[in-house]
Design a protein around this ligand. Structure first.
Ligand SMILES: Cc1cc2nc3c(=O)[nH]c(=O)nc-3n(C[C@H](O)[C@H](O)[C@H](O)COP(=O)(O)OP(=O)(O)OC[C@H]3O[C@@H](n4cnc5c(N)ncnc54)[C@H](O)[C@@H]3O)c2cc1C
Length: 444
């Protein structure tokens, strides 16, 4: 008889995982703590609740999240089908009537043979059987404690402090210089500022419109990851002595130390994406674009990801997970959704889809699937599980995660070529990208 599959969390990832597993013949129990217990952001008893915006973002094939959605549709996603059915007008974005969406997903799952829904909080990871942990960014405290014990204290996080990421293509290297502090290498790109530029920038940070904190996010105010604008509020010189300090850096064009410096660090080994070091922020996205483009050398920067700061439970996937989303120390356990370190509704759904497929394949003794890195879903899996990622922070899907193309395509041509490659490579048969299935910790 086939081993049963237990899924913890009936959010976006858990629902998609349940659907994928059951349609492949898996026998699934989906545990959801609502309505017995609600996280600080969830309010509806339905499954697949969208806790904030009702938009699943762009549908365009020139946008990485548009490609990801198309891949999910082609892979038979329940949530993408429900989104189409409950769609509301929103230009090129896919936005939904959130109540209709959640209610449709709930009824499809409740009426699905082979699937049992149990409305109860799970306080520990089950010790037997195949398990998918999809408890989301607001995992209940008892379960978080159980994950912490299993993963190790240093590998579970409760907040993310995300700095923006810019595309390497839009940087003005006539202004920006390459150097590490005290001449020890060339690892950083440095955007130099004179005093006038610095003070204008600091004043604008103070004026910029911010996203308000939610009540349960207030404890985020710990010193290690203060938002850049809050540091600026503490005094006009604070940033020049903090993340923008110029110590140990000389601009080779002037031979002098600038008044302040914004450092850009490689986000990938190819130099196609860089993050703004120490620039975690609660500024609104439009404001980030406007104000950060005041930084010399970033006037034409293209933002691959904007900064943010919020409550988020996630694990250090580069250390803990295989590319199949199996937990390395105990491969009968899969992680899915935002808890893996992806960010966003569609990205979480995608990780649920992969975990559901692989859990069902494991139950049948079949080889597991790893999507190619040239696909949107594969690019995310490769990002979250890549040991080369030194400063792991949650990530939305974006073109900076895709392997480069051959040749020097730019702009829309590059995006179109990446999207064509993604959909073509998605058709590679599962067996071409596999890991041997590993049933339990003793056999691994
Ligand atoms: C305040 C807030 C606002 C956000 N806004 C956006 C946004 O606008 N756009 C966007 O794309 N993303 C947003 N996100 C991120 C969003 O939460 C995720 O993208 C997505 O919901 C994650 O899907 P998931 O399935 O991993 O987790 P969730 O959708 O949160 O699902 C997890 C489920 O697990 C349940 N659960 C938790 N612990 C247990 C337990 N111990 N036992 C049983 N069940 C449990 C929860 O009740 C929940 O139903 C936001 C997140 C937060 C916290």
């Amino acid at each position: 008889m086939q081993e049963g599959i237990t899924i913890i969390g009936g959010g976006l990832a858990g629902c998609e995982a349940a659907w994928q597993a059951v349609r492949r013949g898996g026998s699934v129990t989906l545990w959801e703590m609502k309505p017995q217990r609600f996280s600080p952001a969830h309010v509806s008893p339905d499954l697949a609740e969208l806790v904030c915006s009702n938009s699943l973002r762009s549908n365009s094939m020139e946008n990485a999240v548009g490609i990801l959605k198309e891949e999910l549709r082609r892979l038979g996603s329940l949530l993408m089908a429900a989104a189409e059915t409950t769609r509301v007008p929103a230009g090129d974005a896919l936005a939904v009537d959130r109540q209709a969406f959640a209610s449709l997903v709930t009824s499809r799952l409740e009426n699905r043979e082979g699937l049992k829904i149990a409305r109860k909080e799970v306080s520990g990871i089950p010790e037997e059987g195949i398990v998918i942990v999809a408890s989301g960014p607001l995992t209940s405290p008892a379960l978080a404690e159980s994950i912490r014990k299993m993963a190790g204290e240093e590998h579970l996080y409760f907040y993310d402090a995300i700095a923006p990421i810019v595309d390497g293509d839009g940087l003005d290297l006539k202004v920006i210089f390459r150097a590490s502090r005290y001449g020890e290498g060339n690892d950083y790109l440095n955007c130099p500022m004179n005093a006038e530029e610095y003070f204008r920038f600091v004043d604008e940070l103070g004026r910029g419109e911010k996203v308000p904190y939610r009540e349960f996010e207030k404890p985020v105010h710990f010193e290690g990851c203060l938002p850049i604008e809050e540091m600026a509020d503490r005094g006009r010189e604070t940033l020049a002595h903090g993340p923008m300090k110029p110590v140990g850096l000389k601009d080779p064009r002037t031979g002098k130390t600038p008044y302040a410096v914004v450092q850009l660090r490689h986000e990938d080994s190819r130099g196609s994406a860089y993050n703004l070091v120490g620039f975690q922020t609660k500024l609104k996205w439009g404001e980030q674009e406007r104000i950060f483009r005041m930084i010399p050398g970033l006037e034409k920067a293209r933002f691959l990801r904007f900064g943010s700061l919020h409550r988020n439970t996630f694990i250090h996937s580069p250390t803990l997970l295989e590319k199949t989303l199996q937990f390395k120390k105990d491969p009968r356990i899969f992680f899915a959704g935002q808890v893996t370190g992806v960010e966003g509704y569609v990205e979480s759904t995608a990780m649920g889809l992969l975990a559901g497929i692989n859990a069902a394949r494991m139950a049948k003794g079949e080889p597991l699937m790893i999507p190619p890195p040239t696909t949107a879903i594969g690019s995310l899996v490769h990002y979250i599980t890549s040991p080369e990622v030194k400063h792991f922070q949650p990530m939305n899907v974006n073109f900076g995660l895709f392997p480069p193309l051959e040749g020097r395509l730019r702009g829309k041509d590059k995006k179109r070529a990446m999207s064509e490659r993604a959909l073509k490579d998605l058709e590679i048969p599962v067996g071409a990208q596999i890991n041997a299935p590993r049933r339990n910790r003793n056999e691994s």
